[in-house]
Design a protein around this ligand. Structure first.
Ligand SMILES: Cc1ncc(COP(=O)(O)O)c(C=O)c1O
Length: 447
């Protein structure tokens, strides 16, 4: 396990400007050999532990990104390092869709035991979130014999062709890649901060969702040809948007009425991040199929499609498969991680998340550019606005992200003008306070 240098929270902010010389050199080497993908700031990590990261020039950062909502147990957690090391010495890969291995079965058993309805679920392991979504879509088409899938505007489901067709977050993610998968439709995501139909909740009765029956089903696709509706219980890349309670219940009822399957994309919101294992549990509904990834692998690449047994068991041998899904190493780590989530991480996300939400909300009085603070558990968004007009302050959000980096705080934007906080679920209250302090320093520097 790496030994971190001695550091005391709040002792010293960036001693020198970033990026330092080593970081700059690596950024140049990277540009020569790696296809451009659009990095957001020049963080070049050397080592990391818990919620802290050190770059190649020795600068210390507090990590509110967790590798984009991935590292549920933080960097290099000793329990996961121990399990991974032991498994590396046994075997790593055995092609889970061709052969059997115990860590894969153990991880699946644990996942199933944590699902509502207990034994009524089956798992297909993937390597990423996008591949989990592909599996969900393929299963929905396969078992219903229907072709069409309805997603939501501003959703993000991934970048392979099936999931990209359902992603409707930013045009640049689709530009140059048309045509998309046929049979993909989009509906209006309930977002009371920016209501898509200018009404007020709760008087509206979630009228935005009526678009599905009143417009899609009457103008573009008969419901009898819709295999599934896919929704993020909290929109992630779309801006950490929490829809009002009742959203998933209304969709569940609509799906049941038309024989449509409900898919929850929990790739970003799942595995304890919102204070419950799955974000859909806040609504008390149960979907038919769930996509998971990110937090699930504890830092190793693992995703999963979970489906009710009655659906998943319909796949005939060879109907779907992959090479790396169910890899022994990733599954051993995932089992241990799920134990930790159940034992402590989920509760910590709820507790420290409530504290962080309160502290970030308190900044609103000092900084009128903060238009809203929202989220659940440790999936929190701070939306920035122009205080005079109320318009989204996208440029400020980008500048603030970079300024925070200079102040030793790793954060990321999402949506139009929102800063997301998705730290490791082991975050302590003291670390949350330090993050808010550094965030306020960055805000002060710009506002
Ligand atoms: C909700 C959601 N679904 C799917 C994906 C795609 O996951 P991956 O990048 O692992 O393919 C993401 C990634 O951000 C996501 O947030």
């Amino acid at each position: 396990m790496p030994t971190p240098p001695e550091t005391i929270y709040g002792s010293a902010y960036m001693p020198t400007d970033v990026p330092g010389p080593q970081a700059r050199a690596l950024v140049e080497r990277d540009a020569q050999v790696l296809a451009p993908v659009g990095r957001v700031y020049p963080l070049v990590v050397e080592r990391a532990l818990g919620c802290e990261v050190w770059d190649v020039d020795g600068q210390r950062y507090l990590d509110m990104n967790a590798g984009i909502a991935v590292l549920a147990a933080g960097h290099c957690h000793p329990r996961l390092v121990e399990v991974a090391t032991a498994q590396l010495n046994r075997f790593t890969h055995m092609a889970g869709t061709d052969f059997y291995n115990e860590p894969m079965v153990r991880a699946a058993e644990k996942l199933v035991s944590l699902m509502p309805g207990g034994q009524d679920w089956q798992v297909f392991f993937t390597n990423s979130g996008t591949e989990a979504v592909e599996a969900c879509v393929k299963l929905a088409r396969y078992v219903t014999g229907r072709q069409n899938i309805i997603g939501f505007y501003r959703a993000f489901h991934g970048r392979s062709y099936g999931s990209l067709a359902l992603t409707a977050s930013k045009p640049r993610q689709r530009e140059g890649f048309f045509p998309m998968l046929p049979g993909s439709f989009h509906a209006l995501y309930p977002n009371c901060g920016h209501c898509p139909i200018n009404l007020h909740h709760p008087e509206c009765g979630l009228a935005c969702l009526d678009f599905i029956e009143q417009t899609l089903f009457t103008c573009t696709t008969p419901p009898s040809e819709v295999a599934a509706i896919i929704i993020e219980p909290i929109q992630g890349e779309g801006g950490y948007v929490v829809p009002p309670l009742g959203t998933l219940a209304k969709l569940r009822e609509l799906c049941d009425r038309h024989g449509i399957l409900l898919i929850c994309d929990e790739v970003q919101s799942g595995v304890g991040r919102t204070g419950k294992l799955w974000a859909f549990e806040h609504e008390g509904i149960v979907p038919d199929i769930v996509a998971s990834a990110k937090g699930l692998g504890g830092g190793l690449p693992l995703g999963a499609m979970l489906a009710r047994r009655a659906l998943a068991s319909q796949w005939k041998p060879g109907a779907h498969g992959n090479t790396y899904g169910g890899n022994g190493l990733t599954c051993a780590v995932t089992y241990e991680l799920l134990c930790m989530v159940e034992e402590e991480l989920m509760a910590n996300a709820a507790r420290v998340g409530a504290h962080l939400l309160a502290q970030l909300s308190a900044l609103q009085q000092r900084f009128p550019v903060i238009g809203a603070v929202r989220g659940r558990g440790l999936m929190l968004g701070v939306e920035l606005i122009d205080p005079a007009s109320g318009a989204p302050a996208s440029e400020l959000a980008n500048r603030l992200m970079v300024e925070a980096f200079r102040k030793g705080l790793l954060i990321l934007t999402c949506g139009t003008s929102t800063i997301r906080f998705c730290p490791p679920l082991i975050l302590t209250q003291a670390q949350a306070d330090e993050a808010v302090e550094r965030f306020a320093l960055a805000l002060e520097a710009l506002c």
